[in-house]
Design a protein around this ligand. Structure first.
Ligand code: PLP
Length: 344
């Protein structure tokens, strides 16, 4: 890995971050807060939230087995994705390499930041070849984007190949594990101490059932997390979000139950899809959705929309011609989809 200073945008390395009122006193027991121009009325909404989300990080640390200092909490994973560009790439000169197909935000954020985006096609099993990823990198490549289990394909990428990229690439490797709670494959966050260039993304939006509160996480070295924290908006995660996250994180067994039900339903749905006349191929999944190739994705999509059922048409995505991405819902929602397709 190149020194972090070399990977960091120069103005960001030099940045003097905003110091919020609540940041500046610390350690002392405070009882009267007349420092932040807040209203003393309308409790509890009147106070600014904890800018570093200390309690939330403690809870995440316990559940995920990562040190609190190695956790960044943001307004969805999307904030960590955007911050990766703003902290570590220079507009107009740097580039990033990403698997293709994958989650669309990596490219959108590259475009917003005027950073060249280099997609590298996955193989016929939607898996990566480390050599091909590494061959696409040059001295201006700052980030490699991996996503496992991948969206929209649903499969987990080969762990050894991901670690090979991480070992041999001298920039940062981001592995988006938004769907890792549904996967039997071991998370790469346990490898953080051996790979200082690794950033793992996670989110409350999928298995934890909290897409509405907007909370995502990044796990990385303390040095990388410190850079994210300097650049983020001071109060990037609202008090309401932190409160609801703490409530959700206090009951991981409920989430385990949801995950087990969704996996069971996913396997049932994949089996049922294989029997549909329109079905050409059901792709393996380690997520709460699966990808299916049908005889005419656009026609099936339109047919379902007319019946009030919305799936994701991925036919225009690389390697996903005539593919639909099906999210797993409740048993009765899933049955509605099956009933509609059997009437086709
Ligand atoms: C859904 C999803 C996310 C979640 O993004 P949030 O901003 O945390 O809601 C992140 N990455 C991938 C690949 C996803 O599919």
């Amino acid at each position: 890995m190149r020194p972090l200073q070399e990977l960091t945008r120069k103005n960001i390395w030099r940045l003097q971050p905003y110091s919020s009122a609540r940041n500046e006193y610390s350690g002392k027991v405070a009882k009267v807060f007349l420092d932040a121009n807040e209203s003393p009325y309308n409790k509890p909404f009147n106070r600014y939230p904890d800018p570093l989300q200390t309690e939330v990080k403690k809870a995440v640390a316990r559940i995920k087995g990562v040190e609190a200092g190695q956790i960044f909490v943001g307004n969805g994973s999307d904030e960590a994705i955007d911050l990766s560009y703003r902290c570590f790439t220079c507009p107009g000169t740097d580039n990033v390499v990403a698997i293709e197909p994958t989650y669309g935000m990596y490219r959108v954020c590259a475009d917003i930041n005027d950073v060249e985006y280099r997609p590298v096609l996955l193989d016929e099993h939607f898996d990566i070849d480390a050599e091909r990823i590494l061959a696409a990198c040059d001295s201006n490549t700052k980030i490699v984007w991996l996503c496992s289990p991948n969206n929209p394909t649903g499969n987990a990428l080969c762990r050894e190949e991901m670690l090979k990229v991480t070992d041999r690439f001298d920039g940062l490797v981001v592995v988006d594990e938004a769907y890792s709670d549904f996967s039997t494959v071991k998370s790469l966050r346990h490898e953080l101490s051996f790979h200082p260039n690794l950033i793992i993304l996670n989110t409350m939006s999928k298995a934890w059932g909290c897409a509405s509160i907007r909370m995502g996480m990044a796990f990385a070295s303390k040095e990388i997390i410190d850079i994210f924290n300097r650049v983020k908006y001071p109060y990037n995660v609202s008090g309401l979000t932190q409160q609801q996250a703490l409530r959700a994180l206090s009951d991981p067994y409920e989430v385990d139950k949801w995950v087990r039900m969704l996996i069971q339903e996913r396997d049932r749905m994949m089996e049922a899809f294989r029997l549909l006349p329109i079905c050409q191929k059901v792709f393996p999944s380690e997520a709460n959705f699966f990808l299916v190739r049908v005889t005419n994705a656009q026609a099936v999509y339109d047919y379902l929309v007319n019946r009030g059922i919305i799936v994701r048409n991925r036919t225009k995505v690389a390697l996903c011609h005539d593919c639909l991405r099906i999210t797993i819902g409740t048993k009765s929602e899933n049955n509605e989809l099956l009933a509609a397709l059997r009437g086709l």
